[in-house]
Write a protein that binds this ligand. Structure first.
Ligand code: C2E
Ligand code: CA
Ligand code: CA
Length: 912
């Protein structure tokens, strides 16, 4: 818990530092190093200089000390020489000849310029030289000093320039005393000033070293710069040195040292000088070392140091400059990057998409185990239910539930592998209140992953709604055909070895309900049927509405046929129960066709087709049952389809003729009218009865054409009979409920009547009661339009539908044809007798004639007469017969069906 927080903190600090101006300090680093190098070189030079000065001081001191010793010895020597000469002069009582001494090899050394003895008047008494012999020294300072001073100590004169030789000469002088110790003259030893400086050692002093001898009067006795004596040159020093007295009693003589500036020397050099005052003589020696000369080797070294330092400094400066340039470049690039990023951010922030940069986190085996969020936009953070600040630096695993993270990691790894990847996904991040649908795009960029997320929840919801709408039947709320087909295909694809049963359910009498009670009631029945189906099934079974009154059920993982049958029976039972809708109670029932995967087909299309065929077979066999698909059914259906095709052709080619069945007066047996019944003269199958093709004509819509054809034929037949001079009886023509619903029967009637120019009273229409119930207003209108033409209307097959007489009352009909099931029941049960009687009396009350259909026996005929039935129709009187047979009958005198012995009023004229 702590570690990730710490690493996060450090990470932020690092990011902040690199964001700050810290990087500008980088070029200062080499500059600091340069300063340190500079200072250490200077310090080193200063240190060396200091130690050099120390060594210079000590060598100057030792030279000065050596010089002092040397000079003491030299002066001692002069002291001895002058002492000896004084002695010799005084003992010889003025007879000493110095020329003799020279002859004896004395004073031959070149340093001796002249050795002379002068008398008390200053005149040269004897001398080694000649030049000065004539001269008088009486005015000279040393002479006067000696004369005035009784001390016989050696004196050293200040150097004097001898004009003749141009040399600087120094005189050592000593007072001569007479026997009475009066001043008696002076011994003079004249030397060149070189005498003091032959000590010069070039090894120690160099070529610009200084040696000087200074008297206590501050006047320079001798000086020398370099190995060459100054000779006639001006003295080396340009000032009058003052050295002071010896410092204390412990020291033999005064000593000191100092740097002297270039103004102190004639050659303008700066020197380090050391001096010592001789203890025995009033003289101070000075030794000086030229700074320039002594420093020369060090100066060279230091020069090298400085050159190296300068080179290093130059390099460092160059490095600093380079660093500054690099920092500048980096900064410029960063600025550009920032502006690009800013623009990019602006774009991504403005966009609808969430954006993230992720960097993989790897384990010790280098395998990616998570991702870290390096960057994101606000929208992206929002999609994860966080603020951008909080999200940055977090890992993917911190933001997703464990299973979701595992799945996402797979996707992200795939993107890292493939370079790019996209998917749509429903996900719920930890911080998000609800799951969202997103479109995710991943692109690998360098070692990182750029991810964009677009929230498509709304689009998905819309899409889902559309899909639901597209897949749902609006009326019942059940899945519709398109969903069903897809679902069945998917089920088949998944089932492999499993058995899947498809049940095709068709409501049996729905059409009736729709036709008679109207669409609103029909819709309610369908909704109720859907609800019952749902209840009859397991939740795992799928029920759908294909359209109309057709439903399908898919049973998965079903065992054997017995199990399927159990379900089919449950469905049949559920739908068999009466429906209550639109104020009516009705029995609808259903038929179920079953196809089984893989036995009856392996595709959704085949299975559906086969279940449909099975359903037709169930319906054809006995309504309200189920049937499994059998190949034979398929053949039957093929036949039906063929029939449909043939029927269309037959109508085009007019392969139909009409048979007529007489309707007679129940009491007299007189022929009152005939019913036209259509027959199909099939070129191969022969005479086809109407029940085999009328339903097909109705279901295919061919009934309109067929109905028109029949009406035309009937009208033409009447016209024919009339033109044959026969007394035509009215012909009743059957009008199918479908044809009646189409609503143009009155137009058709008017056309046919006009074409054949017959009286409308010769035509009667038979319409089943089912056709007359439904939208009452339009039916009343249609019936009224027909009756307005003068055509009578009969209710056909009365008793089979849902109508009651009271319902028919308002419709103002002429004839009621009671269905033959009632006729057949007569004599079998007393209830039927009662029922028939009620029908008759009610019909009469409504001013309708009652026709009994299907009268086959005399018994029935007798009972019907007794019941007050007006007309009879049935095989007992006549089967339907061709028009010729009717013509024969019409030629009969009273139009009576002839009587025989047992039935005085009736005679069977045809038995075809
Ligand atoms: P329907 O209108 O009830 O016609 C009477 C049917 O009952 C006729 O059958 C007739 O042959 C039969 N029938 C008559 N007397 C008896 C009898 O005593 N016993 C028995 N068992 N049957 C008897 P058909 O000709 O096969 O016609 C069947 C149905 O076909 C008709 O029933 C009618 O609904 C329809 N149909 C016939 N012709 C036409 C037509 O031109 N147009 C329309 N729309 N339907 C027609
Ligand atoms: Ca009829
Ligand atoms: Ca009938």
């Amino acid at each position: 818990m702590l570690l990730p927080k710490l690493s996060q903190f450090l990470r932020r600090r690092f990011l902040a530092a690199s964001e700050s101006g810290f990087r500008y300090c980088w070029p200062l680093l080499p500059i600091a190093v340069g300063i340190i190098v500079w200072m250490s070189v200077d310090r080193e030079i200063a240190r060396e200089r200091q130690s050099f000065e120390q060594s210079l001081a000590s060598s100057a001191q030792s030279i000065a000390a050596g010089y002092a010793r040397y000079l003491t010895r030299s002066i001692d020597q002069m002291d001895q020489v002058t002492m000896q000469l004084k002695y010799d002069w005084e003992t010889s009582k003025g007879t000493l000849k110095l020329g003799d001494l020279v002859a004896r090899g004395m004073f031959t050394s070149p340093q001796y310029v002249e050795v002379a003895i002068i008398n008390g008047k200053g005149e040269v008494v004897t001398s080694t030289g000649t030049a000065s012999s004539a001269q008088s020294y009486a005015g000279r300072a040393f002479f006067q000093t000696h004369r005035a001073n009784i001390s016989s100590a050696l004196r050293i004169s200040a150097p004097e320039n001898e004009p003749a030789s141009g040399k600087l000469l120094v005189r050592f002088t000593r007072r001569l005393d007479s026997a009475d110790d009066d001043f008696d003259g002076v011994v003079i030893v004249t030397v060149t000033s070189d005498y003091f400086s032959t000590f010069y050692d070039a090894a120690a002093l160099g070529n610009h070293g200084l040696l000087a001898v200074v008297g206590d009067d501050g006047r320079v006795r001798a000086s020398r710069i370099g190995s060459k004596a100054s000779g006639v040159d001006p003295v080396a020093l340009t000032y009058t040195p003052r050295f002071g007295a010896p410092q204390d009693g412990n020291q033999a003589y005064g000593k000191g040292e100092a740097w002297l500036g270039p103004d102190r020397f004639v050659d303008g050099e700066k020197r380090f000088v050391a001096w010592r005052t001789l203890s025995a003589y009033p003289v101070t020696v000075m030794a000086g070392l030229s700074e320039r000369e002594q420093l020369a080797p060090l100066q060279r070294k230091w020069h090298t140091y400085r050159r190296m330092r300068d080179a290093a400094e130059a390099a460092i400066l160059a490095l600093a400059a380079l660093l500054a340039w690099i920092v500048h470049l980096i900064e410029r690039r960063k600025t550009r990057q920032r502006s690009v990023q800013a623009a990019y951010r602006l774009a991504t922030e403005a966009g609808e998409e969430g954006f993230y940069m992720l960097s993989p986190i790897r384990d010790e085996n280098h395998a990616i185990r998570d991702f870290r969020i390096l960057d994101c936009n606000e929208r992206g953070a929002g999609l994860l239910g966080k603020e951008k600040k909080a999200l940055l630096g977090q890992t993917l695993s911190e933001n997703y539930r464990r299973e979701e993270f595992a799945r996402l990691l797979d996707v992200y790894l795939r993107a890292m592998d493939l370079g790019s990847y996209r998917e749509e996904d429903e996900f719920q991040p930890i911080g998000s209140p609800a799951p969202r649908w997103v479109r995710r795009k991943l692109v690998r960029s360098g070692g990182e992953l750029a991810v964009t997320l677009r929230d498509i929840s709304d689009a998905k919801a819309q899409e889902g709604k559309l899909i639901r709408l597209a897949n749902t039947d609006e009326l019942t709320g059940l899945p519709n055909r398109s969903w069903f087909m897809k679902s069945l295909e998917a089920t088949i694809a998944k089932s492999q070895e499993d058995v899947v049963a498809l049940l095709f359910i068709d409501l049996d009498k729905f059409k009736n309900v729709n036709d008679t009670l109207g669409h609103a009631t029909g819709d309610k029945v369908l909704q109720e049927a859907a609800g019952r189906l749902r209840q009859a099934l397991r939740p795992s079974d799928h029920v759908a509405r294909l359209g109309g009154d057709e439903f399908t059920v898919v049973l998965r993982q079903i065992g054997d046929d017995a199990e399927i049958i159990r379900v089919a029976n449950r469905i049949l039972a559920a739908l068999a129960a009466p429906f209550h809708a639109g104020g009516a109670t009705m029995e609808v029932g259903a038929s179920v066709g079953i196809s089984v995967y893989p036995r009856d087909g392996t595709t959704a299309g085949t299975l559906l087709k086969h279940a449909d065929i099975a359903m037709y077979s169930a319906k054809g066999h006995r309504r309200g049952t189920y049937a499994f698909y059998q190949h034979a059914l398929y053949e039957a259906l093929k036949t039906r389809i063929n029939t449909e095709r043939e029927l269309a052709e037959a109508i085009e080619r007019d392969q139909f003729l009409l048979h007529y069945q007489p309707r007679v007066d129940a009491a007299s047996g007189r022929l009152l009218s005939v019913e036209a019944l259509v027959r199909w003269q099939h070129p191969v199958r022969g005479m086809v009865p109407p029940l085999e093709f009328i339903p097909i004509a109705e279901s295919t819509g061919l009934i309109a054409k067929l109905g028109a054809l029949v009406l035309e034929k009937a009208c033409r037949q009447i016209a024919q009979w009339r033109s044959d001079g026969l007394h035509a009886v009215p012909v009743s023509v059957n009008v199918s409920a479908v044809q009646f619903q189409l609503g143009d029967v009155d137009d058709l009637l008017r056309r046919c009547l006009a074409e054949s120019a017959i009286c409308p009273s010769l035509i009667e229409l038979e319409i089943t009661e089912s056709a007359m119930l439904g939208e009452q207003a339009s039916i009343v209108d249609r019936l009224a339009a027909i009756r307005a033409i003068g055509v009578r209307i009969a209710v056909d097959d009365f008793g089979t539908g849902y109508s009651s007489l009271s319902q028919l009352q308002r419709l103002d009909m002429d004839v009621l044809k009671v269905d033959r099931v009632f006729t057949a029941d007569l004599g079998r049960s007393t209830e039927s007798h009662v029922l028939f009687k009620a029908i008759v009396s009610m019909a009469h009350a409504l001013d309708m004639k009652v026709v009994a259909e299907g009268v086959e026996t005399e018994l029935q005929a007798g009972m019907l007469r007794e019941l007050g039935c007006d007309e009879l129709q049935g095989y007992l009187i006549s089967r339907p017969v061709p028009a010729d047979a009717i013509a024969t009958l019409l030629r009969q005198p009273h139009g009576l069906i002839g009587a025989d012995a047992d039935q005085p009023h009736l005679r069977l004229i045809m038995s075809c």
